[in-house]
Design a protein around this ligand. Sequence first.
Ligand SMILES: [Cu+2]
Length: 208
Amino acid sequence: MSLVKAATAAVAMAASMAIATPAVAAPPHPFVFVHDNFQPASQAKGAGAVTYDKSLVPTSASVFIAEARVGGKGMEHHESPSGGAQHGEHSGTFVFLSLRGVAADHHFGIHVHTKPCGAKPDESGPHYQNTKDPKQPSTNPKYANPHNEVWLDLTTNSAGKGYSKAWVKWHFRSGQARSVVIHKHATATSGKAGEAGARVACINVPFK
Ligand SMILES: [Cu+2]
C-alpha cells in the first residue's frame, strides 16, 4: 500500500469511527489532526508550527499530522467484529505525517518530542520514550529506537513533498508528548542512536 493510500485509509477510518461514536456519554475521540504552516521562530509563542531553518523548511511549507489512538481508554464503545472490545495486540498508536513545500530530495529525521515548540530549537525537549532511558540524553539503541520512540523519518521527492507513518504498540502518557520535531539529517540507529542533527522545524501536537 502506498503511503498516500495508507494516509487516506487512516483518515477515512478516523472519520468513520468518529461518526460511529455515540453522541451521548461519548468517550473522548482518540484522534488528533494538525494542519499548519510554519512561523518564524521569533513568533513561536502561539504558533502551531515553527521553522528554525527556512532554507530547508520555508514558512510557505505546510504539514499535516494525524494520530489514531487504538484500543484502551477512549475506545471502549467500539467493538470488534467478534463482539469484544479492542484490546491486546490491536492496541497501540498510529501516527501519519506529510510535508509539502520543504527542501527537495532531502532525508529528514523526524520524531515525537516531549515538550511544546519554542523560540529556541531545544525547547521541545528530548524524544518521547515509552520506557525512559535512565541516562539522558538517550543515545542507547536499547531505548533510542523506533519501537520505544515514534520516528517519522522521510525523504522528500523532487517537488519537496514527503510522507511517513509509524505504529507503536503503546499509548502516550497524557500530556507528555507535545510536539513533532524535524531534524536536518536521517536518524542514527547505531553509534549515537536517535540523533539526527540540528532541529530545523517543530510542530505542536496535543498527542493523546
Ligand atoms: Cu528528534
